[in-house]
Design a protein around this ligand. Structure first.
Ligand code: HGY
Ligand code: MN
Ligand code: MN
Length: 412
């Protein structure tokens, strides 16, 4: 295998260059999908890839594909990718590292005048975060057929803006049919977003599985009432019902330790007013675990809690599951390429289950895929303080380069 070295400083500087697009005062990045900030970073990606001699195409939900020709046009491309959209209180590295590392791999090959045998591909997936338009990993999900193009384009954000109109407003509704870009393998470098690599002082995570994830919209119906004149025993307080559910949700997750997690990330009191007992509250639930059986058990326990809390609080609690992505093991050949690539540089490794969902999880449904993790400082992500070091980002990109070269030389 060749002995090419990526340039960690160049990678770091480019991450900080695009980090200025949507930069927040606390050092994070706010680049909601299909926003003007997303347009600007997409423009950067297109320009940067074209400068490397790539042909950049865009599909019907805005996924971007930068294709670099290989010596053998009959081989399917080996792909690298991730996402450039962020959470509202996002950081500089979540998703962004993986796209930049793909560019860094192409730049390193160009610097050394090396053309791989297979074509190479760097992908920027639309709406991985699922914050503005739910669910998450929507671009890769549409690419693999988990969502239809029509349902994606019809999704609306909290202001009622449709995905399709937002996509058109930034000029990134492409002509390429969904799923048209075929590939031989897919690798995604990503920050771990959890505490384990740092805690065990490991350089690189070899991701073997992405845990299952289920998203729910919920509603609690009580009775609006006067905050002053309504005695406590005569209330049907919708917010109190949701608060009691949040408490039970934590207990349900803890009962399925050590992996299960449950989050109520959005609570929205309708027509909220300081002196009105809340009568209608919308909320969300995010459930995750590496086992579908545990997720089924948690869902059943939540349904039981809805009935009990409803009876106790005099409210009606209902939930509707609108996303269910099963636990997903990665391809053993690709995982082994990551392992060998890490060993080549002498990086210490740990096998990881991904707590977060990723585009690679959908991609594994149609293409042999694997992921590489690098440590997150304090295990923090989806937070403006998110941080991974220059050295760790560099190590991840080096493993990405060597894993891709391994697959290229092996003729996959
Ligand atoms: O929710 C997730 O796991 C990812 O950050 N979209
Ligand atoms: Mn991500
Ligand atoms: Mn994320």
């Amino acid at each position: 295998m060749r002995n090419l070295k990526i340039d960690p400083r160049r990678l770091w500087d480019e991450i900080h260059e695009t980090g200025k697009i949507g930069a927040t005062a606390k050092g994070g990045v706010k680049r909601l999908t299909l926003s003007d900030e997303d347009r600007r970073v997409r423009d950067w990606f297109r320009m940067r890839a074209e400068k490397l001699g790539c042909t950049v195409t865009v599909d019907g939900v805005g996924n971007m594909f930068a294709l670099k020709a290989g010596k053998n046009p009959n081989r399917l491309p080996i792909a690298m990718g991730s996402h450039l959209d962020t959470q509202p209180t996002g950081g500089k590295f979540d998703g962004i590292l993986g796209v930049h590392a793909g560019i860094e791999v192409l730049q390193t090959l160009a610097d050394n005048d090396i053309q791989t045998d297979a074509p190479l591909l760097v992908i920027n997936w639309t709406n991985e975060e699922g914050s503005r338009f739910s669910p998450a990993v929507m671009g890769s999900g549409a690419f693999v057929g988990a969502f239809s193009q029509a349902e994606v384009l019809a999704k609306t954000d909290r202001d009622g803006v449709s995905f399709g109109s937002a996509l058109d407003s930034i000029g990134y509704r492409g002509a390429q049919p969904l799923g048209a870009m075929k590939m031989a393998a897919y690798f995604e470098l990503h920050i771990e977003q959890g505490p384990y690599l740092e805690a065990e002082n490991k350089d690189v995570g070899v991701v073997t599985l992405v845990q299952g994830i289920r998203w729910f919209n919920g509603q609690c119906v009580g009775m609006d009432a006067h905050a002053g004149a309504t005695p406590m025993h005569r209330r049907a307080d919708a917010l109190l019902g949701v608060a009691r559910l949040a408490d039970r949700l934590e207990a349900i997750a803890l009962a399925h330790a050590p992996h299960a997690v449950a989050t109520m990330g959005v609570i929205d009191v309708k027509e909220a007013s300081i002196n009105v007992v809340p009568g209608l509250v919308h909320f969300t639930i995010d459930l995750r675990d590496p086992s579908d059986h545990v997720l089924d058990a948690m869902e059943a326990e939540i349904q039981k809690a809805l009935a009990e809390i409803g009876a106790r609080s005099g409210v009606t609690l209902t939930i509707n599951r609108f996303w269910n992505a099963a636990p997903l093991p990665f391809d053993p050949v690709c995982v082994d390429a990551v392992r060998q690539a890490a060993a080549k540089s002498g990086f210490t490794t740990r096998d990881c289950t991904s707590g977060a969902s990723h585009d690679a999880a959908y991609m594994q449904n149609i293409v042999p895929s694997a992921m590489i993790f690098v440590p997150s400082k304090d295990g923090l992500s989806h937070n403006e303080l998110e941080y991974s070091s220059l050295e760790d980002c560099g190590a991840g990109a080096q493993v990405l380069l060597d894993a891709v070269l391994l697959m290229d030389e092996a003729g996959h």
